[in-house]
Design a protein around this ligand. Sequence first.
Ligand code: AMP
Length: 416
Amino acid sequence: MAQSVKGTRDLFGGELDWFQRIEDTVRRAFHRHGYSEIRTPILEEIEVFKRSVGESSDIVHKEMYDFFDKGKRHVAMRPENTAGVVRAVIQHQMLATSDPQLLYYIGPMFRYERMQAGRYRQFWQIGAESFQVSTPESEAESLVMLYDFLRELGLTQLTFSINSVGTPECRPAFHEAFRAFFAAREAEFCEDCHRRIEENPLRVLDCKNARCQAALEGHPVLVDFLDPASREHHERLKEILTTLGLPFEENPRLVRGLDYYTRTAFEVLSTDLGAQSALLGGGRYDGLVKQLGGPQVAAFGWSIGLDRLVTLMQQLHGKAPRQAPPVLIPLGPAATLKALELARAWWAAGLEVVLETRGAKLKNALTTANRQGAPLALILGDGELEQGVVAVKDLAAGTQEAWALDTVQQRLLDRR
Ligand code: AMP
């Protein structure tokens, strides 16, 4: 029997309930802020990712689902969505005026990852990107949207971890100081860090190796090398977060290692499940649109793993609060015809009702309704039809009463 491909899974039932609930919350929260959804293709030319995420990154280097299609085009299933969104805003000249573009996405991403708990080869991300807004106020607006959305999901133990990675202009002086620091204790760093110090010194700062982290004690700090405008930007963002009551801490080792990142880098940390963990990250990437062939414009964004968020919701809240609808059980052909008419009117009124259509015997129909967790069974037999009522059985209490047919719709509406 065929099975789903390794690293992919079917979403249904309780897990999907949470996906939908989070997606609904996201859309409402983001639309309130004036963000519009963008849906880019899952397939992109591989160059889009090579030129943005970068050939040396693990994502492109080891984890890409890439292949040559029948037309011999080298394509990849997107491992993330910022590159695709940037490609789209350039392609559709969405940056032709200087107006801000506030966009969000929700969708599946693909990475050929080593299998481990909570990591999938097809997983989902939610992300927001804002273009042509460069102020710390615009970053605060995006962070407030994110924070309030996470709070709406019931996450309360949240802290922003923030840093500034400056601009390409102020980084050489930092690199010089940092390389000198590294050289003085290079034996303490891992092999990867020896490569990183040559290729991209910032990446040494977020090495996962505990020995390297210990060796970094007292390292030169990026914010000390910021140009005046970047420093002012960073200070202003902190001032706004303080005023708005968004908890944050500065983390001088938090970096987004690629060249196109500028100024603000951040993560959201949560202790909602005990040990502190990073929920998501993002930052300013003023260099990326140009790098992908567009104009030089400011950009800021972040993305969060939806699968991870769903697991968190299940651990925190258990099942998504979802009430199964009542079941309408007609007995016999005449009642079934009437039931179809009634149900149609109720559906049109916005009610959720499941119609028993199998022609099942009452006992079987009630067993099914119970298994599905229906709160009520509305039973319509020839006797009820004659009297103009429906027999309403409360499946939890086991009690039964008769409701006049012309009152059922309102009584069901009142129960919601
Ligand atoms: P990244 O693009 O690696 O910074 O990840 C952004 C978000 O996507 C994080 O919240 C991750 O938890 C999530 N994520 C990344 N890769 C996977 C994966 N293979 N399976 C599930 N979630 C993932």
